[in-house]
Design a protein around this ligand. Structure first.
Ligand SMILES: [Zn+2]
Length: 206
């Protein structure tokens, strides 16, 4: 079974992807990790990608698609996390992989802002806390090293809101495309992680 997982930043995609891939017994493929791995190993595709990255350019679709194609070859199933991101990528993917289901993590901008702006990072050791879901024992102090906690610039409400809007705009055609094909399953990502997981698993077992 080949599954695509879509959702805005802050929807909890990363954690869910790992769990779903494990319970489906398929390969979890994050294109971010794949890119970093190919670059680190100095593969021909990795070297191509590195050239673009060094110039501060986006790695072209055909390079990413070639990496995905190579990696999924021989796998009995795959869970794609963070890919495709655009309609053009989805069409390129279809040439070598049949997508069976697309799980879309639906969540409002307000909820994403609330979640991410409660995130705190230790300025000394980098440990991550969340004032709502994983509060530190002492206010604004790291449990591990007692270092001061801070809000990452990327987690500021206006930055999070902007990122959400960009994601919505870019992924809307993709969501529509999969919906028209009858592949899209919407999961309410504003629930607890356990409830999100249960809903996604139920949708995938149908
Ligand atoms: Zn710390």
């Amino acid at each position: 079974m080949n599954v695509v997982l879509l959702g805005p930043p802050g929807a909890g995609k990363g954690t869910l992807a790992v769990q779903l891939a494990q319970c489906l017994g398929v390969l979890h493929l994050s294109t971010g990790d794949l890119l970093r791995d190919e670059v680190a190993r100095g593969t021909p595709l990795g070297r191509q990608a590195e050239g673009y990255m060094k110039r501060g350019e986006l790695v072209p679709d055909e390079v990413v698609l070639a990496m995905v194609k190579e990696r999924v070859n021989g796998e009995r199933g795959v869970l794609l996390d963070g890919f495709p991101r655009t309609l053009a990528q989805a069409r390129g993917l279809e040439a070598f992989l049949k997508v069976d289901k697309v799980v879309y993590l639906a969540i409002s901008k307000e909820e994403v802002v609330r979640r991410l702006s409660s995130r705190r990072v230790c300025t000394r050791c980098g440990a991550v806390f969340n004032l709502v879901t994983q509060p530190p024992q002492q206010a604004e102090r790291c449990d591990r090293c007692q270092g001061p906690l801070a809000v990452r610039p990327d987690d500021r409400p206006e930055v999070v809101a902007r990122r959400y809007e960009v994601y919505e705009r870019d992924s809307a055609p993709l969501v529509d495309y999969y919906r028209r094909q009858g592949l899209l399953v919407e999961v309410n990502a504003a629930q607890s992680p356990e409830a999100v997981r249960a809903q996604a698993r139920a949708a995938l077992s149908q």
